[in-house]
Design a protein around this ligand. Structure first.
Ligand SMILES: Cc1cc2nc3c(=O)[nH]c(=O)nc-3n(C[C@H](O)[C@H](O)[C@H](O)COP(=O)(O)OP(=O)(O)OC[C@H]3O[C@@H](n4cnc5c(N)ncnc54)[C@H](O)[C@@H]3O)c2cc1C
Length: 284
């Protein structure tokens, strides 16, 4: 199908984009890589009166260091995230998880910010943002504010962004000495996660000093597996400890049943994938 008619605006600065969005009213939409929005428009699941294209705003792209964090611009493509040196050094979990997103064509167009704003429960990068304690910097007509990743996802395809706000960048505390693994279970290669687990740990002298684990597609929003983390921290990095900790993976989750998997199977997957993710992250 062909999208319904809309006005098109292509600002070159963030300030212009914020003004254009606020002037255009509540049914306007911003477009980033278009990889999720274009299918929505073509199916006429959404018919915005105005589309504001963020593609010409250079200040929204790229990765920079900011003290004890790195800051990833919302318009940085998946390809540029996964090949970026700062991301590789300080947020290995994000680099690895991004390599599992879709296929090379989509990774060259789709953006980190677009993925988070789209908030698909099967999207891979929400759990990564939650596990890494990321902060999302957003801009609106009243200025900027920061939202913790844990509070950003509020429901299926729904976030804490107001209709007149734009996601500007994602601030990720450096996880420099942490090792990581993203364990994704999907039906066919290059497709969405049925369930996936983002795990990153800091192991010192055979002991797990720090652990962060979050789950993809175990509910409407990414879920932090706090019970797993508590069972890991302070313990030896060995297979029995990790296996016992992974048994807690589904606590606090609310998995759905769909054509790919029912809730019981997803619960099983969460435990198995958590064990695999932590074993690989810890190098056991
Ligand atoms: C065939 C296919 C397979 C895919 N497989 C995967 C997968 O395995 N894993 C995965 O995680 N993803 C997958 N994706 C999604 C992909 O990661 C997209 O890139 C992502 O969902 C949307 O990013 P985008 O930049 O294209 O955003 P767009 O499609 O342009 O926008 C998506 C939504 O976010 C809003 N938005 C975008 N940017 C901003 C911003 N800066 N501020 C406020 N709102 C914003 C838009 O208004 C829109 O509502 C797949 C997509 C396709 C088409």
């Amino acid at each position: 199908m062909i999208p319904s008619e809309f006005d098109y605006v292509a600002p070159t600065t963030l300030d212009e984009a914020v003004s254009a969005l606020s002037d255009a009213g509540e049914d306007a939409k911003v477009i980033a890589g278009g990889q999720s929005l274009m299918p929505v428009l073509r199916l006429r699941l959404n018919s915005p009166s105005t589309i504001i294209d963020l593609g010409r705003i250079e200040e929204l792209r790229g990765v920079r260091e900011d003290g004890d964090a790195i800051v990833v611009g919302a318009m940085t493509t998946h390809h540029d995230v996964m090949t970026d040196d700062l991301v590789g050094r300080h947020a290995a979990l994000l680099a690895e998880a991004t390599t599992t997103v879709a296929d090379p064509q989509i990774r060259h167009r789709g953006t980190f910010g677009g993925s988070l704003a789209h908030a698909d429960p099967a999207g891979d990068l929400g759990a990564v943002a939650v596990a890494l304690d990321a902060e999302l910097i957003v801009a609106g007509p009243n200025g900027r504010r920061t939202i913790d990743a844990a509070d950003f996802f509020t429901d299926f395809f729904t976030t804490a962004l107001e209709p007149d706000e734009i996601l500007v960048a994602v601030r990720i505390p450096k996880h420099t000495d942490w090792t990581a693994h993203y364990e994704k279970f999907h039906r066919v290669a290059q497709s969405w996660s049925m369930v996936a687990v983002a795990a990153t740990v800091a192991v010192d002298g055979g002991t797990i000093g720090k652990a962060a684990v979050a789950l993809t597609n175990m509910g409407a929003v990414p879920v932090r597996a706090r019970a797993v983390e508590e069972a890991l921290v302070g313990q030896s990095a060995d297979i029995d400890v990790i296996r016992a900790a992974a048994e807690h993976a589904a606590e606090g989750t609310d998995p759905m049943s769909d054509a790919n998997a029912d809730a019981e199977y997803r619960t099983h997957l969460a435990k198995v994938l958590t064990r695999r993710a932590v074993v690989t992250a810890a190098g056991v």
